[in-house]
Write a protein that binds this ligand. Structure first.
Ligand code: NAG
Ligand code: NAG
Length: 385
């Protein structure tokens, strides 16, 4: 028996093929017109589905062809997913057959990804076939398919690591045919301005980068700073380095002390700067919720060296600035007590503003860098895994 497998696109095809089938012998001209229509229609449409059809002439020299078209749809309700480093994430991917197939199909699910690190090749994350599955590289033991319903091929990743961001592709393979969708994973984070204990505008580019890293963060990108300005009304009147080597600052409320009232609110740029000569503050980005930040309950107030020591006694470490920001933003840490943090500054996180706890907006309040003999509480950070 002659069998041919055709790969056709768009919804119109199936509807018209039935019609074509009936008219095939009698109306060749109309058939041509119809096909042309179909092709034009196809050119206009972008569809993430395909048909495959087993064509089986009845073997009696009859030209009639029987179609048994089944279409596979692969979809994702979200093409962009954000998550927090150290948290879990589900990358949605669902497939279904149309019309529904009665017998179970041998469907292979493959998840691939292209890291944000400039890698051009796609790497394997996981392959699943029936009840068998295999995960690769750093993903081993951290990934599984959600399988919450038939056709659910969503990928669950646990304990997100800092280099897990990128473009993920869910590929569904049935026989010779495959179809896929992509989902972008990015980190949700918080941008914070940072400056040197020595004073304002002290960092060259490399020092700025290291300063962020020492506080469990990295240099913010322009997109991250823009989002912080746009969504959280970040307002900071000192220019800071960004990852692309520009120096910029976000202004929500234009004012004289901050570039004047003539200019509209926005992220203002000093443009690309000389990375070794020019000196600014810095904007850092942190997304990590690994571990827990807490205010150490202690009978006494502590100077800086005692603070470091007491966290260690508690099986923890004095918290870094990035960790305090992440705990404030993602774990809702709210504590109206000034405490030492790792860089020798004194801060406290407020999510529910109230009397005697600083300004009316939520935020991490800072007293700046203070002499180490002064006595305060302390914020510690404990790693959970
Ligand atoms: C992530 O999922 C694991 C189980 O897979 C669970 O134990 C853990 O609490 C989850 N973590 C977060 C931050 O949701
Ligand atoms: C903190 O107090 C201890 C005594 O408890 C003292 O030995 C230490 O020098 C003090 N550190 C600072 C930075 O003042």
């Amino acid at each position: 028996m002659h069998r041919a497998r055709h790969r056709l696109q768009s919804d119109v095809v199936l509807e018209t093929t039935v019609l074509v089938n009936r008219m095939m012998m009698k109306r060749p001209l109309l058939l041509l017109l119809l096909l042309q229509l179909v092709l034009e229609n196809q050119a206009l449409r972008h569809s993430n589905s395909y048909y495959y059809q087993d064509l089986s002439p009845d073997g009696k020299g009859n030209e009639e062809i029987y179609f048994s078209g089944v279409r596979l749809h692969v979809e994702s309700p979200q093409t962009m997913v954000s998550a927090v480093q150290g948290g879990n994430v589900t990358l949605p991917c669902v497939y279904r057959y149309e019309p529904e197939v009665s017998s179970p199909r041998r469907t292979r699910v493959k998840w691939l990804w292209q890291p944000n690190t400039g890698e051009t090749k796609e790497l394997h994350v996981m392959v699943a076939f029936g009840s068998r599955h295999r995960s690769y590289g750093d993903f081993q033991g951290r990934v599984r398919l959600r399988r919450s319903a038939p056709g659910d091929a969503s990928l669950v990743i646990d304990q997100l690591q800092n280099d897990d961001t990128g473009r993920y592709r869910c590929e569904i393979i049935d026989g010779l045919e495959d179809e896929s969708i992509t989902v972008e994973l990015q980190f949700r984070g918080v941008v914070f301005p940072y400056y040197s204990p020595v004073g304002r505008y002290q960092f060259n580019f490399q020092e700025a980068k290291e300063a962020c890293e020492q506080q469990a963060a990295c240099l913010a990108t322009f997109e991250q700073l823009y989002e912080a300005w746009d969504e959280e009304k970040l307002d900071w009147c000192n220019a800071g380095w960004l990852a692309d080597g520009t120096a910029q600052y976000p202004v929500s409320v234009p004012r004289d002390a901050c570039g004047g009232t003539e200019m509209a609110p926005g992220v203002r740029s000093y443009g690309m700067r000389d990375k070794s000569i020019d000196r600014f503050d810095v904007f850092c980005f942190t997304s990590s919720i690994r571990g827990e930040v807490y205010f150490l309950q202690h009978k006494l107030r502590l100077n800086f060296s005692e603070a470091v020591e007491e966290c260690a006694q508690d099986g923890a470490q004095i918290a870094k600035v990035g960790q305090l920001y992440a705990a404030w933003r993602f774990a809702g840490l709210d504590q109206c007590d000034a405490g030492w943090v790792a860089d020798g500054s004194v801060r406290y996180p407020i999510t529910k503003p109230r009397a005697n706890c600083g300004p009316l907006e939520p935020g991490v309040r800072s007293f700046g860098f203070l002499p180490h003999h002064l006595k305060f509480g302390v914020y510690c950070h404990k790693v959970r895994w």
